[in-house]
Design a protein around this ligand. Sequence first.
Ligand SMILES: [Zn+2]
Length: 388
Amino acid sequence: MLVAHHSLNKEGPLMPYRWPEDTQFTRIALAVEEQWCRTCGGALTICDHRHHRVFTLTGPLHLVCKLAHCPTRACPAHPQTLSPEAETAIAMPWWVLGWDVVCWLGQRRFARHWSVGQIRAELADTYQIRLSADAIETYMHRYQQMLAARRQAPDQLAAAYADVEAVMLAIDGLQPEKGHETLYVVRELERKRVWFAEPLLSSATTEVQQLLVQARVWAERLGKRVRLWMSDKQDAFVRGIAAEFPGVPHRYCANHFLRDVAKPVLEADSHAKVQMRRTVRGLRTIEREVFAAQRTSEPPALLVPPCEATPCDAVQADEASQDVVLDYCAAVRGILNDDQGGPLHPPGLRMAEALEDVHASLQRNLETKKGGLLTTDSGGWPATSTGG
Ligand SMILES: [Zn+2]
């Protein structure tokens, strides 16, 4: 229960809650369940009252816990004070939130990914529970502790691994910010469970080794063989796993592998882009020709309309065609300048596909023109998927 242990150490004391004076509490008196002293058999008597005020989703409660003891001075149990167990079914003794509120918080935070601010506002609006952001964070911590404790409970774990023949383990260090301690997480990949986590200030082999020892103890307790370890190539992992799990294959993590493979892929892709840019050129020349033609209103040679059209139609057709040519130029320029994309979506590959689309689109236009179907409306601009 490393997670729970650590969070408890860090949590620190919480400020006592200051209840508004007009809070309407429902008062519940709780008595110790047993009536007789377990040691001497005499009747227990009430020796004190503990007042515990808690929020629940159905309103604030004032729990009056009747504490009891054995009144017989000679009885060895006399100094012990007993408190009603029913209290812990509503809330832990020093908590200001009942279990229902804590579960609500945890569900909103971890299943719905609400922010602390959202949770805070919803608690205030819907349940009239006013808490500081600090307090909400503390209770979310407690929720996580319970969750971790539950996931690590030996019988739960044994049940989860009942039909697993061998386990695969992974270790990784996560550093939220530079200079912060690193959280080392040991995960099991067959059942996809976080086994445990421990923040370490140093990545020294000896410290990491303790986590690996712990992992070995867990696997032994489950009675499962370790089939595989996965991690990055950090020295502490490489040495530690070899020492603690001799003979168990140690594979390096696919992400790191992918990163190494990505470099030559991107280099080849970038080379291909240069080649394509070298081949597809002269955009500016074409545009200049069109602009010149527009100024003189003379149709450029390459855009002569079908000869049976009247002169007036021809001028309109020219204007439309000129716009089409400029649109193509813009689209191709966009394609050539597109540099987005990582190794899994190489930009050069996308560029090649887009240029092919443009090529196909031009081809369709040419065929349409050969058939004498070029019209003066925008239908002369067939659907293209240049992506530019
Ligand atoms: Zn007694």
